[in-house]
Design a protein around this ligand. Structure first.
Ligand SMILES: C[S@@+](CC[C@H](N)C(=O)[O-])C[C@H]1O[C@@H](n2cnc3c(N)ncnc32)[C@H](O)[C@@H]1O
Length: 452
């Protein structure tokens, strides 16, 4: 119940009645809207220019060079339906929720080739952020829930996180892979306290019994992460909860069991405190908890868990099929891609990285970026092929504001030209693919992006 939650907060954090009032008042205000510019696709300067054209005002935030507050005039459609969003130029992300990759990286782009695990990754806000901070690393984005994995796939494709590979294991499976990763993010499944922002009713089921149950899983996941990270490398643990049971108590338990195998890094330098906790009434953000752990020695031997890995579903594209795709791209769009093509069922994926270890040891649900399908030897490219590369010099059509709006609503527009697929652009943004038939143009944008 809401009152149990408030009592817990007041007693645990020893808030005065005034502070308690501030805390409650902060929860009833809407959070300031924030977005993260996807620097894998556009520079911050270019994004600012586009934003100004749309009358969006961007304000700097304390958490990262590419995280901005955003205010918009003349709101006619949701941010998520803007062309800039569909083109993957930004991700709508709550400020505090962006803090774990921020603290992992120190907000600087590191071009070294690490192996990184995002242990509980959907919908991919932090995975795509890691792909920006570590553009040359190999990132495994793991998610237990197949239904939630769909959104992860979509975000990875849209933001062109081409160095990311999706697995579908219980995070406790990683016990079998001791000291494989340089960095691990465990943005743990938690008790959903944060949904109190949306409605107090969300706290209807808030009780310590439920929290203890989830805390047990969090500890097990953290223990597995400690096993899977390399000695002298680091793992970041975060939750979007305030209670101590899912945060400090998890770390206390880790200390009880593995006290001589790790240390906790100093994160909150301002307050000289190792742990970061974001409060709605102090930080003007959602609530969040972050800790950074450095492994200092190998964990004691413990029996590996039994598991049966399926044979890899992805295959390298056969030479003949690869020739079909390559020729299609050159002939139609003058596009030569330096990487390799892979297939899963009849879908085609494109990637530039070699991942032999993960290829052999993990069953991958997604690898690289989906660029569509090959059916009966005909290659049909998808929307992302057109938004993820430069503006093509061949078969490209420039579209004005009125028509782009219609196309994003799936309305057909009249256009006299030869029947075929075309890349379209608007304001120099590669804006997807259209099919022209009988002088009628229709966007092949997927349903979920439609501008309402
Ligand atoms: C807090 S959310 C992650 C949010 C994500 N990091 C982001 O920034 O978009 C936690 C995720 O953990 C997943 N999860 C729950 N139990 C898990 C387990 N045993 N192993 C791995 N993932 C798990 C949930 O399905 C959920 O998607």
């Amino acid at each position: 119940m809401k009152q149990d939650f408030l009592n817990y907060i007041q007693e645990t954090f020893e808030f005065s009645p005034d502070e308690m009032q501030d805390f409650q008042a902060a929860l009833s205000k809407p959070l300031k809207k924030t977005l993260r510019v996807n620097t894998n696709k556009i520079s911050i300067e270019d994004f600012k220019t586009l934003a100004t054209k749309q009358w969006w005002t961007l304000g700097e935030t304390p958490l990262g060079k590419n995280m901005f507050y955003v205010d918009r005039e003349n709101i006619t459609f949701a941010l998520g339906h803007s062309l800039e969003h569909i083109a993957g130029y930004f991700y709508v992300q709550e400020l505090a929720a962006s803090s774990s990759p921020f603290y992992m990286s120190g907000d600087s782009v590191d071009t070294w080739e690490y192996t990184i695990l995002d242990m509980s990754a959907s919908p991919g806000g932090k995975t795509t952020q890691l792909a920006e901070y570590y553009p040359n690393s190999t990132i495994i984005a793991n998610e237990i829930d197949k239904w939630r994995m769909k959104q992860l796939h979509e975000n990875l494709d849209r933001l062109w996180a081409a160095n990311t590979y999706v697995t579908n294991y219980d995070g406790r499976f990683f016990w079998n892979f001791p000291e494989v990763f340089d960095k691990i993010l465990l943005d743990a499944p938690c008790s959903w306290e944060w949904t109190a922002y949306k409605s107090w009713d969300a706290l209807k089921y808030w009780n310590l019994k439920n929290i203890r149950r989830i805390a047990k899983l969090q500890f097990q996941l953290l223990e597995n992460a400690l096993q899977a990270v390399k000695v002298w490398w680091e793992l970041v643990y975060s939750t979007c909860t305030l209670n101590r049971l899912e945060n400090e108590e998890i770390l206390n338990k880790l200390t009880d069991v593995y006290w001589d195998h790790f240390s906790i890094a100093l994160l909150d330098r301002e307050n000289n405190h190792p742990l970061v906790r974001a409060w709605p009434h102090k930080n003007n953000t959602g609530w969040f908890f972050v800790a950074k752990i450095v492994k200092t020695s190998s964990l004691p031997e413990k029996k590996k868990k039994e598991f049966k890995n399926n044979p890899q579903g992805f295959e390298k594209l056969s030479n003949t099929a690869e020739k079909t795709v390559t020729e299609f791209l050159i002939q139609n769009f003058d596009l030569t891609l330096p990487g390799k093509f892979y297939t899963y069922r009849n879908e085609i994926y494109y990637g530039e990285k070699n991942i032999d270890y993960f290829w052999e040891n993990f069953f991958l649900f997604k690898a690289w970026i989906k660029i569509w399908k090959l059916e009966s030897w005909v290659f049909e490219p998808n929307y992302f092929l057109w938004t993820n590369f430069r503006i093509f010099t061949k078969n490209n059509i420039s579209i004005d504001e009125k028509n782009i709006n219609s196309l994003l609503k799936w309305e057909e527009i009249d256009y006299k030209w030869i029947d075929w697929y075309y890349q379209i652009q608007h304001n120099s943004i590669p804006s997807g693919v259209v099919k022209l038939k009988n002088n009628t143009m229709k966007s092949l944008l997927e349903n979920r992006f439609l501008r309402k």
